[in-house]
Design a protein around this ligand. Structure first.
Ligand SMILES: Cc1cc2nc3c(=O)[nH]c(=O)nc-3n(C[C@H](O)[C@H](O)[C@H](O)COP(=O)(O)OP(=O)(O)OC[C@H]3O[C@@H](n4cnc5c(N)ncnc54)[C@H](O)[C@@H]3O)c2cc1C
Length: 371
């Protein structure tokens, strides 16, 4: 049995985990980033749409950008509306790998192909177990996605339950040098009773997918995806004969977690429900949450205090942040519109339309403010 030691163990090398590891590593403390897959992002099915500013903020090379996205087209049952956007798309296996490399450059150590099977927290520290080995540390950060061990073991972080979880089925379709530079979003009961379908373009592929709130799934999600690929009047002509490179499914948390810290524990990213509950986008918000988690890890290590009282600062900072206000506001909006779903089958598209108008209005106000 091998016994490793580190000040902080981070479970999961998605955008959240790598960001925490980079910040802790940079401050000179020992941090071990542990990933179950062979390399970060290997099994991620995400569409890879992020605000353009994230590439610069995380210090990544613009070379990883697949497509500059200048707008989004919402195809509602009653017509189409377009909004401007300053986004880019990336392949997650590239994006996640480079973020993890940034963490390693900052001094973090990394273990790949290593699945943490159990965790224990005692007065004298926290231990994470894999195979016959263990890692002893002062703090454990759970950045292990929506089905987080933090909730299963300690009741902290995101609780995976149907009313708060979106099911998604997505695929990557080969389309060399495609001309698209917009996200295309499709609504309607053939696609999803509480959700939408999308086309997100990269340079030589497009990511196509559908999402639906778990407790609202009425038909097979693969049928909904096939409808978008092969039958939808606006998409099938462009997609039906193209090669599908991969197809997979995954869960997305769409409710912020009630508690994201415990004795010797922090929870971050999808594992903490740091996701926009309307779009399901969580890369940028997980990175923002992880920056706060990294900061609190460093403060706790400097003070040598790992009690829940000391670590509660993380939740306080998160709740005060603008990203949390955005997520929480949208969560409340979903709760309001869900009341109408039995009497109005278009309640989801109506909520999405309202949300897009609000976002566009807020952007204009912010632009005026900054001018
Ligand atoms: C179909 C789909 C499309 C999406 N599209 C977008 C999009 O376009 N834009 C956007 O912003 N967001 C999108 N999202 C959401 C986005 O993928 C997540 O919000 C984001 O990945 C959260 O990052 P994270 O680091 O918290 O978790 P993850 O990226 O899920 O990383 C968790 C990591 O932990 C590892 N792990 C899990 N358990 C263990 C363990 N026991 N031991 C070791 N390692 C472990 C996993 O292998 C994984 O690498 C999409 C999600 C889905 C499902």
């Amino acid at each position: 049995m091998q016994k490793l030691r580190s000040d902080v163990t981070v479970i999961g090398s998605g955008p959240a985990g790598s960001t925490v590891a980079r910040i802790v590593g940079k401050s000179g403390f020992d941090v071990l980033l542990v990933e179950k897959d062979e390399y970060p992002g290997k099994t991620n099915v995400c569409a890879g749409g992020v605000p353009k500013s994230i590439i610069k903020d995380t210090g990544l090379s613009p070379d990883i950008i697949e497509k500059e996205i200048t707008g989004e087209e919402h195809h509602f049952p009653w017509g189409c509306r377009s909004f401007d956007l300053d986004h880019v798309t990336v392949y997650r296996n590239t994006f996640d790998r480079f973020l993890a490399e940034k963490a390693v450059e900052s001094g973090a150590k990394m273990l790949t192909g290593t699945q943490i099977k159990d965790v224990s927290v005692k007065n004298n520290g926290a231990s994470a177990f894999y195979k016959d080995n263990s890692i002893c540390s002062k703090l454990i950060v759970f950045a292990d996605g929506p089905n987080t061990m933090a909730f299963r073991k300690f009741g902290i972080g995101f609780k995976l339950e149907p009313a708060k979880t979106i099911v998604s089925v997505a695929c990557e379709v080969k389309w060399d040098s495609n001309p698209l530079d917009h996200y295309e979003l499709y609504y309607g009961s053939e696609i999803s009773s509480w959700g939408y379908g999308w086309i997100f373009p990269k340079s030589n592929t497009v990511n196509v997918g559908v999402v639906c709130l778990s407790n609202r799934v009425r038909s097979n999600m693969i049928d909904s995806l096939n409808y978008l690929l092969k039958k939808h009047p606006l998409t099938h002509g462009r997609l039906k004969d193209k090669e599908i490179i991969w197809q997979s499914s995954a869960l997305i948390p769409v409710a912020p977690a009630k508690r994201i810290f415990g004795e010797g524990i922090l929870v971050v990213g999808d594992a903490a429900g740091m996701v926009d509950p309307i779009s399901g986008g969580g890369i940028a918000s997980s990175i923002r949450g992880a920056e706060l988690a990294g900061k609190v890890c460093v403060m706790a290590l400097e003070e040598d205090k790992f009690t829940s009282v000391s670590l509660s600062r993380y939740q306080t900072l998160w709740k005060k942040s603008r990203v949390h206000s955005h997520i929480y506001g949208k969560y409340i909006l979903t709760k309001i519109f869900q009341n109408f779903i039995e009497i109005d089958k278009n309640s989801y598209p109506k909520m999405a339309a309202f949300n897009s108008r609000m976002a566009s209005f807020n952007n204009k106000i912010e632009n005026i403010f900054w001018l």
